[in-house]
Design a protein. Structure first.
Length: 158
């Protein structure tokens, strides 16, 4: 089973043991003992299967079948894409967030969860974004008018 754990570590963290141990909530020493075949009880197996639902339990326990369950993998990919889209939807509001809100956003991204903000906060950010877009459009329109006027003056002088 320790060979299969090594394979899971290669899959999840590119073979890096310390990040994998942190992901599982274990100390690096505990992981090392398991990789040597020591202290490999039921609890670490349950932890791996809980934190990595795409791992095929039958493969992990008995070595039969494939490491990844395709159905769960597709489900995780879909879930990941939805999570990324939710983050991208909020990303445009970062310039309008308070320092505390930005920290919450950063923490959520680091922890792999969706940041939770009130509808009032999102409404406030949208208002600020809309105001900023109007301001930019007005400046652009004014710059275009000046440019057109300067072009007309140059044409009239010739």
């Amino acid at each position: 089973m320790n060979e299969r754990l090594e394979e899971i570590i290669r899959y999840k963290t590119g073979g890096k043991k310390i990040p994998f141990a942190e992901l599982m909530g274990w100390s690096p020493q505990y992981l090392s003992k398991m990789l040597r075949g020591e202290n490999f009880g039921v609890q670490p197996i349950l932890t791996v299967l809980e934190k990595l639902p795409e791992i095929n339990a039958r493969w992990f326990l008995f070595g039969t079948g494939e490491m990844l369950e395709i159905g769960k993998l597709f489900s995780l990919q879909r879930e990941t894409m939805n999570h990324i889209q939710a983050l991208l939807d909020l990303d445009k509001y970062i310039p309008y967030m308070s320092g505390e809100e930005v920290r919450e956003f950063e923490t959520a991204v680091r922890e792999g969860r969706k940041p939770v903000f009130t509808p009032d906060a999102e409404s406030r950010w949208q208002e600020r974004l809309t105001e900023r877009e109007k301001e930019i459009n007005e400046r652009f329109r004014a710059a275009n008018l000046i440019s057109e006027e300067q072009c007309r003056q140059k044409t009239a002088k010739r």
